[in-house]
Design a protein. Sequence first.
Length: 231
Amino acid sequence: MKNLKIIAFLLIGVIFLCVSFWYYTSGPTKFPTNAQVVEEMTNDFAVVSTSVIQDKVFLDDHHVFVPFIAEDEMYGFSLWEWNNRKWNEVFVSTDGDIRVWKIDSKDPTTYRIVWNYPPQEQVDYMKFYLVNKRGFQVIDNEHIYEPSVQLDQQIVLSENLYGSMKLSKEWVSVINSLNISRDATSYYFGWRAFDSSDKITHPEGNENGSSSWGGGTHIEFVHFIEEFELE
């Protein structure tokens, strides 16, 4: 009898482990419908209750970028993550301004630049920048020189001014090297927009837009690069 109890406990343990493994490692279910996406976003902003979903862009199997148009022609986007056996909205913005979503803040290969602007004729392409200012500091009598970094990636815009971009291998390598050399990061991301004549232009966004996200989501704002910031 004692042996039977031991075997029963072992079987229950094995079943529990198998169920737990399946629960936490099985692949994502079908992504929510447009109506379900809008309903979830409305919990954060009532203004998006009548939104039109423009697209659903899978950044990978577990992360999705969803651009939308809300009332009064407000162009925005939401970010979604598969976690705990369901799709969760982790960020929503009604201004559409450019952000970096650091899916895993310690792994720059997971970083994605995302944006959504209203259609406008004067914007032909954008450049995104990775900038690190030259610096010098002394830590524990060790003299540390920080080199200047200025890299850019260009992306030609389609008729719809929304999109996402993965960092190049060069950017990832540089970010990793900068992260190793210091405790806190000082590099930053920037952008510029250009017309068909290669002249700098400023896309018109949503001045009254806002955004919301959870504490565990790493979102970084990308600011417009001024001329004096470039070498």
